[in-house]
Design a protein around this ligand. Structure first.
Ligand code: 13P
Ligand code: 13P
Ligand code: MG
Ligand code: MG
Length: 374
């Protein structure tokens, strides 16, 4: 059984929160090559989206493996030191804990891990995002695995006809549930349409009994109890042969749908699919970016990545994202550009409320709203 792990962290930005410094990438890459040489990993590569570094690794140690997680933690300590040497912004931003113990759960770095038996041909797409939260994957995962208007394979391919199962996490209450689609389609949408709280963690093919997709679900603000930067999630999706074709996996991103993130992690803004060399969000710390790196995994090795949004057929999505960004920006500090209070509650709102608690006074009786008996 092979495990593909993407472990990522923001350990410092160049300049501000816009990108990763080349010296940090060089450090991470040499550490990953060492780990391959000494047999910890079968293969590994380093990629960035905005100010987040992703270690994309294959191994046979399973998900949540202590040795793989502690290796990633060490790499992020090293890139943090490089960030400090160069005076980069927010050095060690996502490293919320002082010491590693067992695995990365609750420590700040995000990770998506998928265990599978390699097929004769194994196309896998690694999605990396910056300036948004894990629920950003809900809409595209729904379209890839449940919407025949996006994925004709659901209608045409007999191996896809039975549909897919979606595992959804409730991040506020630490619960999870499986939805069996198409039967549970409407129930699924009721939850995942609220992506700040409900996040798709995995998708499984019913007829192949295989995991087809996995996401990172860490919410930094819920771990830290305050705003410490956005989660900037990653996702792994396997494609073809009874799973959505590569083009069906990418198609949802032709619509630059709105996600939560951008400036101070507190604004709705369009999600822009970009090539790696455009993955540097600098306008209003946005628009939030998504990069798609395709791999033909072979004998456990990743091979050459393909930069899948480096394609003029996504130019129109990028143009529409800029139009949507202009429109939303004109709202300034008003909703729906700014996140609703319920979502800010988990970030800056809590502190503000504590500070102003004494200044709020009850309304005069005559001005109070009648309370419904129901
Ligand atoms: P597979 O069923 O071999 O994945 O082919 C589907 C396809 O690639 C159509 O675009
Ligand atoms: P990052 O989470 O990418 O560091 O962004 C933080 C931020 O506040 C951007 O304005
Ligand atoms: Mg940052
Ligand atoms: Mg980031």
């Amino acid at each position: 059984m092979l495990t593909l792990s993407i472990i990522k962290a923001d350990t410092g930005g160049h300049v501000g929160h816009s990108a990763v410094h080349p010296a940090m990438l060089a450090t991470a890459s040499s550490r990953v090559s060492d780990a391959v040489d000494r047999g910890l990993l079968i293969d590994g590569t380093v990629a960035a989206c905005g100010d987040d570094v992703s270690l994309i690794m294959t191994h046979e140690r399973g998900a949540d493996a202590e040795e793989v997680h502690s290796f990633a933690w060490d790499v992020f300590q090293s890139t943090t030191r490089v960030a400090r040497q160069h005076g980069l912004y927010g050095a060690g931003q996502d490293l919320l804990s002082d010491a590693f113990s067992g695995n990365l759960r609750g420590m700040g770095p995000g990770y998506a891990e998928l265990e599978f038996t390699e097929r004769p041909s194994e196309p896998v797409i690694c999605f990396l995002a910056d300036k948004t939260e894990p629920g950003a994957w809900n809409l595209p995962l729904y379209k890839m695995f449940a919407d025949p208007f996006n994925t004709p394979g659901l209608v045409i391919d007999s191996k896809m006809h039975d549909g897919f199962r979606f595992e959804v996490y409730d991040l506020h209450e630490d619960k999870h549930i499986w939805f069996d689609c198409p039967t549970d389609l409407y129930e699924l949408l009721m939850y995942i349409g609220a992506p700040a709280r409900y996040v798709i963690h995995q998708v499984e093919s019913k007829s192949l009994a295989e995991v087809a997709a996995a996401t990172s679900t860490q919410r930094l603000s819920l771990i830290a109890g305050k705003y410490v930067g956005k989660d900037d999630p990653v996702m792994i999706v396997r494609a073809q042969s009874g799973l959505p074709a590569v083009g069906e996996v990418l198609e949802p991103f032709a619509f630059p749908y709105t996600v939560a993130g951008a400036m101070r992690g507190s604004h709705h803004a369009p999600f822009m699919p970009v090539s790696q060399h455009q993955a540097h969000p600098s306008r209003f710390d946005g628009p939030p970016r998504v990069v798609a790196l395709g791999f033909q995994v072979h004998e456990g090795r990743l091979g050459q990545p393909r930069d899948l949004f480096d394609d003029p057929s996504f130019d129109e999505a990028r143009r529409q994202a800029n139009v949507a960004m202009d429109y939303l920006r004109r709202h300034g500090p008003f909703e729906p550009h700014r996140l609703p209070l319920a979502d800010l509650e988990y970030t800056t709102m809590t502190q503000l409320e504590a500070r102003l608690a004494d200044r709020w006074e009850p309304l005069p009786t005559a001005d109070r709203q009648p309370v419904s008996a129901a």
